[in-house]
Design a protein around this ligand. Structure first.
Ligand code: TMP
Length: 254
């Protein structure tokens, strides 16, 4: 039955071997997890929305010269990406206090931070992705100081782009997480944005009402997650026609 070789299965996505060397097919599942997979559900339509939204953000980033792994969308749940060597860090950018930062520091959620704050978690599910200082990252060889300087610059460019795009449709970008991967062009190593950018990995609040339009709807049982993601897609005009996640016909990859 399987027509492609499975390379990796994560909580929300599956990677298959791509049609050409150096490429992979990224498949978006409907599965949602929170609190290190303690809470789980299947949310119909989430994968389709995240595939579309990640395509939208990564295409925009590529177009303004911020390199990403995204090559093209293949069908409603799959996109072609560049294979990268993932840096084992979650790179979190925060504009307003929320989530774990608000909890850790006793801050009120929504408080504007004096400047964007970047933090790193070590990607390890068994450990619950612990927050790590730069000292650890360099000492354990997960990235060099030069890599970290490049990652910070990349993350801030993503932040400016995402915050601007969201502001344009009445949404506040509270915080987000990206992952970064290494690619080699001949001898030259570059760091590019990888994984996904979607409401699964951002906090998005309606500017007028404060309504949450991201995965916190699932984490905190605030309502229907697909409705929230559909609203983001509708505002960005990512979905065709009536604003429902009516996908286009699947197309075969060659
Ligand atoms: P946090 O406040 O829970 O640390 O989350 C910060 C941002 O990172 C938020 O936008 C949600 C995102 N995030 C992920 O994408 N994956 C994760 O596993 C976690 C914990 C957070």
């Amino acid at each position: 039955m399987a027509r492609r070789k499975l390379v990796y299965e994560g909580k929300a996505k599956i990677l298959y071997e791509g049609p050409e060397p150096g490429t992979l097919v990224q498949y978006f599942k409907d599965d949602a997890t929170a609190f290190n997979a303690e809470k789980k559900a299947t949310i119909e339509g989430k994968g389709v929305l995240n595939n579309r939204l990640s395509e939208f953000f990564m295409t925009g980033l590529n177009n303004i010269g911020v390199p990403t792994h995204f090559l093209k969308r293949i069908n409603m749940r799959e996109q072609l990406i560049r294979a990268v060597e993932i840096v084992p860090l979650e790179v979190i950018v925060r504009n307003f206090a929320a989530g774990s930062m608000a909890k850790r520091l006793g801050l009120e959620e929504g408080m504007q931070l004096p400047r964007p704050i970047i933090e790193f978690s070590y990607k390890d599910d068994a450990l619950g992705d612990p927050l790590v200082p730069e000292e650890y990252i360099i000492a354990f060889g997960w990235a060099t100081q030069q890599d970290l300087d490049d990652i910070v610059a990349l993350a801030l460019r993503v932040n400016d782009y995402m915050a601007g795009v969201m502001y344009g449709v009445g949404i506040k970008l509270v915080d987000f997480k990206i992952e970064v991967g290494r690619v080699w062009d001949n001898e030259f190593m570059r760091l590019i944005v990888a994984d996904e950018i979607s409401p699964d990995s951002c906090r998005l609040w309606d500017i007028q009402t404060g309504q949450k339009l991201d995965k916190d709807v699932f984490r905190r049982d605030l309502g229907n997650l697909t409705d929230a993601y559909t609203e983001v897609a509708r505002r960005l005009k990512v979905l065709p026609g009536n604003g429902h996640a009516t996908p286009d016909k699947p197309t075969l990859i060659n």
